[in-house]
Design a protein. Structure first.
Length: 169
């Protein structure tokens, strides 16, 4: 993946092992803050190579000056569906559009690999994240019976098609 640069000096890069600790730490911070950390999360945070990358997914890392300030991952659910997971931005740099950049990177990645939709599960506790997803065009859908997360109470979907190029590079 080619790195992307923005006027705010944010660089989005693909995951490498050197980012494993920061990926886990940043995600644990928000999950614990909202009392949402559970086994499904631990699997991704402790074993991202096995649970995300080995199944065809990708993890994107936001850097400022070489320091990890955000993460977002894409999990391949099936040939036409990608799940957006583990979106987080360090509190010290929130409000600078980094979450938007990371989300758009996952959406573009999904579109490039031929996915027809991007889905996500979330929580009503995460109001800022839900507003971001709405802004990106995600629509609320009925929560599936088994999301893999006991605390998930929101399911959203973004349909990707040739007419919907928001977030494409």
């Amino acid at each position: 993946m080619k790195a992307q640069h923005t006027p705010e000096s944010v660089e989005i890069v693909a995951y490498a092992e050197k980012y494993a600790e920061a990926f886990a730490r940043l995600n644990r911070a928000w999950l614990e803050q909202y009392s949402l950390l559970e086994d499904g999360d631990r699997k991704h945070l402790e074993h991202p190579r096995e649970s995300i990358l080995a199944t065809g997914g990708e993890i994107f890392i936001a850097l400022i000056g070489g320091v990890v300030v955000g993460t977002c991952a894409a999990i391949v659910k099936d040939p036409v569906t990608v799940e957006l997971v583990k979106l987080t931005v360090d509190e010290s740099v929130r409000g600078r559009g980094i979450g938007l950049q990371l989300s758009e990177t996952v959406i573009a990645w999904a579109r490039e690999r031929g996915a027809e939709r991007v889905v996500l599960v979330s929580s009503t506790k995460l109001e800022a994240a839900l507003r971001l997803y709405e802004r990106l065009g995600f629509e609320y859908r009925q929560l599936p019976a088994d999301t893999g997360y006991e605390t998930a109470d929101i399911f959203m979907e973004l349909t990707l098609d040739s007419a919907n190029s928001a977030g494409a590079d």
